[in-house]
Write a protein that binds this ligand. Structure first.
Ligand code: 6GU
Length: 233
C-alpha cells in the first residue's frame, strides 16, 4: 500500500512515520510513504502558497494551484485517480470500519490543510473523502492524517508481527480489550487473577470475554448497546 501526503509540514509526517511500528512498516516495504511538500509545486518565485480570503475575514487560504499541480504529479505516478482524503472537522468521523475500507486501497492521498482552509475549487476537483478524527479543532490536517495512516496500516498484512492481533482486539468484535498482566505475580498489593495462571485455555478465553463485555458496558455504554443488539437479541 502506498500513502501520499500533501502537506506544508513534511517533517511532521516524516518524523512520526519513521518511528515504532509505522517506521518498521515503511522500512520493510509493507507501506510506501511519499511526502509531498506543497510548497515545491508553487510557480510563485517567493514560494507563496496562501493568500487573503475573497470577501475578507481573518487568516489566509491555501491556494488551489500548487495543490492541484502536486495532485497531477501524484496521478501521473499512480496511473489512475486515487482516493483523496481531505482532513477536516467538517468530514465524516473516522472509525475502525472506515479504516478497514481504506485498507483495501493500493494508493491513498491525504491532503493536509492549514490556516483558515483551502480554496474550495481544488477540493471540489480532487477530494473523494472528507474525514474528521473527532469533535475538536486542530491546527492542521497532519495529525489526523497520521492517525488515519496508523489505523489503516495496522490492518495491512505483515505490518503487525502477530497475524491475528489486529483481529482479536478492541473493536474488531465491537468490544473493548480485556485487561492484561505480566510478571511479577504480585505488585502494589495486587495479584494476577488466578485463572490466567491456571493453564486452562477455555476458562481463560471465557474470563477474558466476560471482562471485555463488563468493561464495555461500564466504559462505553454506547458500544455495549450496539454489541448487545447484534449478539444477545
Ligand atoms: Cl481532520 N482537521 C482539523 N484541523 N481539526 C480536526 C480534524 C481534522 N478532526 C478533528 N479536528
Amino acid at each position: 500500500m502506498r500513502y501520499y501526503v500533501m502537506t506544508l509540514f513534511p517533517e511532521m509526517i516524516e518524523q512520526a512515520m519513521s518511528t515504532s511500528i509505522m517506521g518498521r512498516a515503511v522500512s520493510e516495504g509493507f507501506i510506501e510513504l511519499k511526502v509531498m511538500n506543497i510548497r515545491d509545486f508553487t510557480l510563485d518565485k517567493h514560494g507563496k502558497v496562501d493568500d487573503y480570503p475573497y470577501g475578507g475575514g481573518a487568516g489566509m487560504v491555501m491556494e488551489a494551484e500548487p495543490i492541484y499541480r502536486c495532485f497531477e504529479q501524484i496521478c501521473s505516478e499512480v496511473g489512475e485517480r486515487p482516493r483523496v482524503v481531505y482532513l477536516t472537522p467538517q468530514g465524516d468521523v473516522f472509525s475502525q470500519c472506515m479504516a478497514k475500507d481504506f485498507s483495501a486501497e493500493s494508493d491513498i492521498v491525504f491532503l493536509c490543510g492549514h490556516y483558515e482552509g483551502v480554496d474550495e475549487r481544488v477540493l471540489e476537483e480532487i477530494v473523494t473523502d472528507y474525514v474528521s478524527i473527532g469533535d475538536y479543532v486542530l491546527t492542521g490536517g497532519e495529525l489526523p492524517a497520521l492517525v488515519m495512516m496508523d489505523a489503516i496500516a495496522r490492518l495491512v498484512p505483515g505490518v503487525l508481527n502477530n497475524e491475528d492481533s489486529a483481529e482479536t482486539e478492541s473493536f474488531s468484535d465491537g468490544l473493548l480489550e480485556y485487561p492484561q498482566y505480566t510478571r511479577p505475580v504480585e505488585i502494589l498489593g495486587r495479584s494476577v487473577p488466578e485463572v490466567l495462571m491456571s493453564g486452562h485455555h477455555e476458562k481463560i478465553r471465557q474470563w477474558r470475554q466476560e471482562q471485555s463485555v463488563q468493561r464495555t458496558r461500564e466504559r462505553r455504554p454506547d458500544l455495549y448497546e450496539q454489541w448487545a443488539e447484534e449478539n444477545l437479541r
